[in-house]
Design a protein around this ligand. Structure first.
Ligand SMILES: [Mg+2]
Length: 292
């Protein structure tokens, strides 16, 4: 069955893309009284000295604390309510969806979907204010034993993040479904040319690259409030020297901001392309109709 290809998807990284912080800082670490300035370097030590994957390193370090081992996934979800975001989040999701209220879009069922793919913890994001606006959240997960978080059940490294772009592309959001199964282009739910990826740095490079290679759109955001300029410099490298992204903009999601103008313009361009394709399809069908 072919898909009408009337869906546009924006996929967001979370830490430093939708939020100026690492999600663990104001939730799980604050709860356990752990200083993030000590916690993150201790993860880096595991990575450098023992060859840990980044995500397994922070999950191990979290589980080393009794106060954290006592938590359940529901506790993590409850902490998600404390997450804070860049300006304009989460209002931007519904405001962007509202671009599709004109009748010509509604008639063709053209609509926007939002997704989050993060190497942080899915349970925290599930409890955050953004959860109600996004179609799916993918992130690292802990298993539980006797109601307490116990062992990493799933990790999503920055290279594995691309798997989730294919899940959005193929419409295989259920993790039981094998994303590697072959699926012809016309059956895929959201073509890559209808997808936008928003990220903030080198960990998003595999996703940016996948987007650019397949006709998708890649946008890098930076924290304009970061006086050290590190956030800006990361983006500048990606945009200028590595040509990984189409645009870079401050992480300000409010109406009228540079980022919103870029996102809205591109989303509308995709939507108008869908309308044009449909019109051309109708024209072709008309020409092909047999004459009496
Ligand atoms: Mg990030």
């Amino acid at each position: 069955m072919t898909h009408p290809h009337n869906i546009i998807a924006i996929v967001y990284d979370f830490d430093h893309t939708l939020s100026p912080h690492y999600m663990q800082d104001h939730t799980i670490l604050r709860h356990a009284g752990i200083d993030p300035r000590k916690f993150w370097p201790s993860c880096t030590t595991l990575i450098h000295e023992k060859g840990y994957d980044q995500e397994l390193a922070y999950m191990k370090r979290l589980l080393e604390h009794e106060a954290i081992r006592a938590l359940s996934n529901q506790d993590l979800k409850n902490m998600g309510a404390d997450l804070t975001f860049f300006p304009g989040v989460p209002d931007c999701f519904e405001e962007l969806n509202a671009l599709f209220t004109p009748q010509e879009y509604e008639e063709l069922g053209i609509r926007l979907e939002h997704y989050v793919v993060s190497s942080g913890l899915k349970a925290i994001l599930d409890g955050s204010r953004i959860a109600q606006y996004v179609k799916a959240i993918f992130g690292c997960e802990f298993d539980e034993d006797d109601g307490h978080i116990s062992f990493p059940k799933r990790t999503i490294s920055h290279t594995q993040k691309t798997q989730f772009l294919f899940r959005v592309n193929k419409g295989l959001l259920d993790l039981d479904q094998d994303v590697n199964d072959h699926m012809p282009e016309e059956m895929r739910r959201v073509p890559f040319r209808h997808m936008i990826y928003v990220g903030d740095g080198p960990t998003d490079v595999p996703c940016f690259t996948l987007m650019k290679k397949n006709g998708g759109f890649a946008v890098a955001v930076y924290n304009a409030e970061d006086d050290s300029r590190r956030s800006f410099e990361k983006c500048y490298q990606l945009a200028h020297h590595a040509e990984r992204v189409h645009f870079m903009a401050p992480a300000d999601y409010r109406a009228g901001s540079h980022l919103r103008l870029i996102l809205e313009q591109h989303v509308k361009e995709i939507a108008n392309g869908v309308i044009d394709e449909r019109k051309q399809g109708v024209e072709k069908a008309r020409v092909a109709a047999p004459t009496p």
